[in-house]
Design a protein around this ligand. Structure first.
Ligand code: NAP
Length: 241
């Protein structure tokens, strides 16, 4: 048995009800997805993939007209609005702004995001002549900063390891990758897993609570190294699940 197994239980543990099938995920097709910072490559790429899969998507921006222009470019019924309206009109809100603007953006949108399922995909990274490296946010991770700033929202983290280049390429039909989804409330995590699963080729995999988001965010520095070495747009697969 390896140290990553969780099946080490004493022999006298009482029998539990059979566990729910972890792949039995909710139907999220009717939920509206907003993307804060949706005019950048990651937000636009995700908006495009989700809208192409049939999801209603609203792109957010600091300037409504930039969002509307980006939405028009994407088609598939995508709409554009300023970040606050995008948050208010959406059920699920993906945060796709740069780390530098993360705290301020969320703080300003606290009320607009109240009650919403927030999905943080922000990777706090620094770059120097040796390449990319992980920054260490005071709260532990970008996702934990979001949770601290948004006490009335349901904060999760996902979509960190995607290549915006692949997401945005209309000639690619399937995105060959798993998406690690983190959060505190199982029902919320399952909604995000289901959302990832709407994109052909993608699976959303539960990957722990927000206190473990730092490693997931940081791993992007390693993926950037992989991409540079192999001239690739690497994704991740979790095996044996
Ligand atoms: N690019 C990828 O492949 C990738 C993959 C996974 C995760 N991510 C994460 O996704 C996030 C977005 O990545 P990106 O490459 O799309 O970033 P980006 O292009 O630098 O920024 C996205 C959008 O955020 C808005 N923005 C810029 N500075 C801001 C600030 N200081 N405050 C608030 N909003 C600001 C801009 O939109 P407006 O000017 O229209 O407001 C911009 O178009 C990052 O945190 C990144 O770590 C990226």
């Amino acid at each position: 048995m390896t140290s990553t197994d969780s099946a080490q239980q004493p022999a006298d543990t009482p029998a539990k009800a059979p566990a729910k099938d972890p792949w039995d995920l909710p139907d999220v097709s009717g939920l509206v997805v907003g993307v804060l910072g949706g005019t950048g490559p990651q937000g636009k790429g995700l908006a495009y993939r989700l809208a192409r899969a049939g999801q209603k998507v609203i792109i957010g921006s600091r300037a409504a007209e930039r969002a509307q222009a980006a939405a028009e470019e994407l088609g598939h019924g995508v709409e554009g609005a300023d970040n606050a309206e995008c948050a208010r009109r959406s059920d699920i809100v993906i945060v796709a702004v740069p780390w530098e603007g993360h705290g301020k953006t969320l703080e300003a949108l606290r009320e607009d995001l109240a009650g919403k399922l927030v999905v943080d995909c922000v990777n706090p990274l620094g770059f120097d002549k040796k390449g990319a490296y992980a920054l260490k946010p005071e709260e532990g991770s970008a996702a934990e900063q979001a949770a601290a700033l948004l006490p009335d929202s349901r904060v999760t983290a996902a979509f960190h390891h995607l290549s915006a280049v692949l997401l945005e390429n209309p000639d690619i039909d399937e995105i060959d990758t798993d998406v690690m989804v983190l959060g505190e409330v199982r029902a919320d995590v399952e909604i995000v897993q289901a959302l990832a699963g709407r994109i052909p080729g993608m699976r959303g995999i539960f990957a722990g609570r927000l206190r473990n988001a730092h490693q997931v965010e940081s791993l992007v520095a390693n993926l950037i190294s992989v991409n540079r070495r192999y001239k690739a747009h690497a994704g991740l697969r979790v095996t044996d699940v």
